[in-house]
Write a protein that binds this ligand. Structure first.
Ligand SMILES: [Zn+2]
Length: 310
């Protein structure tokens, strides 16, 4: 008789899903849905849009005056808001079966670190994407997928795969999406802080919209990889499984970047430049909510089929 040990903790396995064995405790967690994690993503989408509306409205009404230092400071604080919203709602929803706060923050920090230390230097200084990415439509689509998309999505994947993934705390399929979202928001936070610093501060109204778009997009595409990571840990999958996950995330990332440029670029916008940044935000919110719905459906279907084969 083969060794039937739990693939999460190494104790004696009692039940199996797709040829992986689980102890009673980890079979329970591997077939658990964690609705709190979905609510946290939905709250991020809704609260972020409300927040953007409030900042945009206040900026237009009060027209606050800043010196270069305070403008930069306000911009950097705004860059931190999306991740803070998600973390607050995540912990509020996650009280019943909490993920350890240190791990979620740790993966967030790792996503941020990889963006600052590898992603941005690679894209700006090695590939020098700003010099050629927007040359023509085909270059934009292919470059956004193969260069920008793969770099960003691989680094977010690495932030989860080579840290928490190997730990016993990664004990539910949904954990892949939770930790990948944290890595994606870490990555987005660095992109947004760099955006503020590079521009010496941002126009608050337009800046807060742009930063919300980056946060929603980076978190959503990381969620695709996170779904594949969750399946990879709790089932036996073919060798192309994880490359497929990162590739789908990179394709979504690249197509989004192209589409967003298309609808928010003032020169080709049909609705006038004032409204166009909002179209980017609407696109990002629809993509984030749609991807979340798809992932909820897939995870529910997987759990159902795992329980049915018992
Ligand atoms: Zn176990």
């Amino acid at each position: 008789m083969p060794n039937q040990i739990c693939c999460v903790c190494g104790k004696e396995g009692v039940k199996s899903i797709a040829r992986r064995w689980f102890c009673a405790e980890h079979f329970e967690s591997a077939t658990h849905e964690r609705p709190g994690s979905w609510r946290a993503i939905l709250a991020l989408v809704v609260v972020l849009i409300v927040f953007v509306g409030v900042v945009y409205g206040l900026d237009a009404l009060i027209k606050p005056q800043f010196n270069p230092f305070t403008l930069m400071l306000v911009g950097v604080v705004l860059a931190l808001v999306p991740a803070a919203i998600w973390l607050v709602f995540f912990y509020q929803q996650d009280r019943l079966e909490p993920e350890p706060a240190g791990y979620v923050l740790g993966v967030f920090a790792l996503g941020a670190l990889l963006a600052a230390a590898v992603g941005t230097p690679l894209l700006n200084n090695v590939f020098r994407v700003s010099h050629w990415l927007y040359a023509d439509t085909l270059t934009t689509i292919v470059g956004s997928i193969l260069v920008v998309g793969f770099t960003q999505e691989f680094l977010k994947y690495a932030a989860v795969r080579f840290s928490i993934y190997n730990s016993g705390e990664f004990d539910e399929p949904t954990d892949g999406i939770i930790y990948a979202t944290a890595a994606g928001l870490g990555y987005a936070t660095v992109l947004n802080v760099q955006f503020v610093i590079a521009n010496g501060g941002v126009d608050l109204g337009a800046g807060v919209i742009a930063m919300a778009v980056v946060a929603l997009a980076q978190a959503s595409f990381a969620g695709i990889t996170g779904y594949f990571l969750g399946r990879a840990k709790f089932g036996s999958n073919p060798i192309w499984w994880m490359p497929l996950g990162v590739t789908l995330a990179a394709v979504a990332n690249g197509l989004f970047n192209w589409l967003r440029g298309l609808i928010t670029h003032p020169a080709i916008s049909l609705t006038g430049s004032a409204a166009s940044p909002w179209l980017g935000l609407i696109l990002a919110a629809v993509v984030a909510a749609g991807l979340m719905g798809l992932l909820v459906w897939l995870i529910r279907r997987n759990i159902k089929s795992a329980l049915a084969t018992q």
